[in-house]
Design a protein around this ligand. Structure first.
Ligand SMILES: Nc1ncnc2c1ncn2[C@@H]1O[C@H](COP(=O)(O)OP(=O)(O)OP(=O)(O)O)[C@@H](O)[C@H]1O
Ligand SMILES: [Mg+2]
Length: 444
């Protein structure tokens, strides 16, 4: 049974919250203020629900006693600013009066299902509790405080950048900024000057800074993302810096000593690039003093649901929508789907579903991840992050309206017929006279 500690000074609110929680099947203990809660009150609860928090002192005391137990805040101030302030101060979730019957229950379920989530750093919470992710968190904790170069490998959208931030934030260099460069995003003709600086008096190029990023990162951390895209000349120069601990600006013979913690990431197979001579083997060995392999989402067991729930809370809040939950079908579909775009794709699917959802319950169809095989173009539409929801809607409707009735279309989109009609009007997609279920010959 999930146990909830209710911290509530107001007797009427306390009675109402207690009733709602008990109705939801939770065990409830109550205290009238955070100061009155004893360590043993906290030790066996999964979650704290309180509305005493708006008072700044009350909130500090509450967070103090809560430790790692998640806190759900219920307030009389239903503003977005109020929600943001509460979350910033550390609340796990935020609800406002008047509470709908199952709203509190859903919030407690959501919060407690992700309570054991490892947040190795408050600023960069990484969600995951499958064994592969736990192992990853342990390795991050071990490696972060050292000066070892780390190579972060994983498919697109698995969280490589998040890991780099986590490593820096848990390192001894956390007080210095981490300087990041995406090697794929900068033309190869500029990358050397960008990284190593330029000191070429005869050929001053105004828009290139004299100091390169390596000098700027001196004393701190440099994160080179997409390191597989680094041109070979720049690879040679970088290797030299790593070997000698000093850099020479382009065009200069003078050396400057630097002390840099180097983190790199790639979604490419560097071994293959070495074989095809696109990547220097000697550099590879310098970069991967430690390698962190981030598992793809499809290998993370139930973590996909933890992530989905967290993304759902964040997205509904961001879009100022009511709290929502996933239907059992939607949860099943998310577990079954292979998520080739990993967490990026999950974020897009959830965001799209939240926008299209008219009620509180997100059905599987709304996630648009179980796309029938005969329509491969749709997969692309669903997976690109640039695609706006409206584009998606238009494409879905125009692709399927020949085969599906309006009711079926609405069902597949997870919206009501009325809102399908409204969106058709707004987006100017005239309703076709449907030939039901494809071509058919008149046999009668
Ligand atoms: N374990 C996680 N917990 C919470 N959020 C995550 C997790 N992993 C990834 N994300 C989120 O997923 C998105 C993609 O993460 P990130 O940018 O770190 O991935 P990446 O591997 O660098 O992707 P790309 O290959 O596209 O550069 C971000 O919004 C990030 O916050
Ligand atoms: Mg990245």
């Amino acid at each position: 049974m999930t146990h909830v500690l209710l911290v509530e000074p107001d007797p009427e609110d306390r009675r109402q919250l207690r009733q709602l929680l008990e109705k939801g099947g939770f065990g409830v203990k109550e205290v009238t203020s955070a100061d009155l809660a004893k360590p043993f009150d906290i030790s066996d609860v999964h979650c704290i629900v309180s509305s005493s928090a708006p008072h700044p002192d009350g909130y500090a005391a509450l967070l103090d006693i809560a430790g790692s137990v998640p806190v759900i805040l219920v307030t009389h101030d239903g503003s977005v600013a109020g929600a943001v302030a509460a979350i910033k101060r550390g609340a796990s979730d935020y609800l406002s009066y008047p509470l709908a019957a199952d709203e509190l229950t859903a919030a407690v379920q959501r919060t407690t299902s992700s309570a054991s989530v490892t947040t190795n750093r408050a600023d960069f919470p990484m969600i995951g509790q499958c064994s592969a992710m736990r192992e990853l968190f342990e390795r991050i904790a071990k490696i972060a405080p050292t000066n070892a170069s780390v190579l972060i490998q994983g498919e697109s959208g698995t969280g490589k950048e998040l890991v780099a931030h986590a490593l820096h934030a848990a390192s001894t260099r956390q007080k210095t900024p981490m300087i990041s460069l995406n090697c794929a995003a900068i033309p190869s003709s500029l990358i050397e000057a960008e990284l190593f600086g330029r000191d070429d008096a005869d050929n001053p190029t105004l828009d290139i800074p004299r100091n390169g990023l390596l000098e700027a990162a001196n004393g701190g951390t440099l994160f080179l993302d997409e390191i597989g895209e680094l041109p070979t000349d720049a690879q040679a120069r970088l290797l030299q810096v790593l070997r000698e601990g000093e850099i020479r600006r382009v065009g200069s013979t003078e050396a400057v000593r630097v002390d840099i913690r180097l983190l790199t990431a790639t979604h490419r197979d560097l071994q293959k690039l070495i074989t095809s001579e696109q990547f220097r083997e000697d550099l590879y060995y310098r970069l991967n003093v430690v390698t962190l392999d981030i598992p793809p989402l499809r290998e993370r067991d139930d973590d996909v649901l933890l992530l989905a729930d967290a993304i759902l809370v964040r997205t509904t809040r961001k879009l100022a929508k009511i709290s929502m939950t996933f239907s059992a079908d939607a949860r099943r579909a998310m577990l079954d789907y292979p998520w080739p775009g990993n967490v990026w794709e999950l974020e897009n699917a959830v965001e799209r579903a939240v926008i299209l959802c008219d009620g509180k319950n997100i059905e599987a169809t709304l996630l648009a991840i179980k796309i029938p095989k005969p329509h491969p173009p749709e997969v692309q539409v669903a997976a690109t992050d640039q695609t706006s929801l409206e584009d998606y809607f238009v494409s879905f409707v125009t692709t399927h309206q020949e085969q599906l009735t309006e009711t079926e279309l609405a069902e597949k989109l997870g919206i009501s017929r009325k809102s399908l009609w409204e969106r058709r009007q707004r987006l100017k997609i005239p309703r076709k006279k449907t030939k039901k279920r494809g071509p058919r010959r008149d046999s009668t």
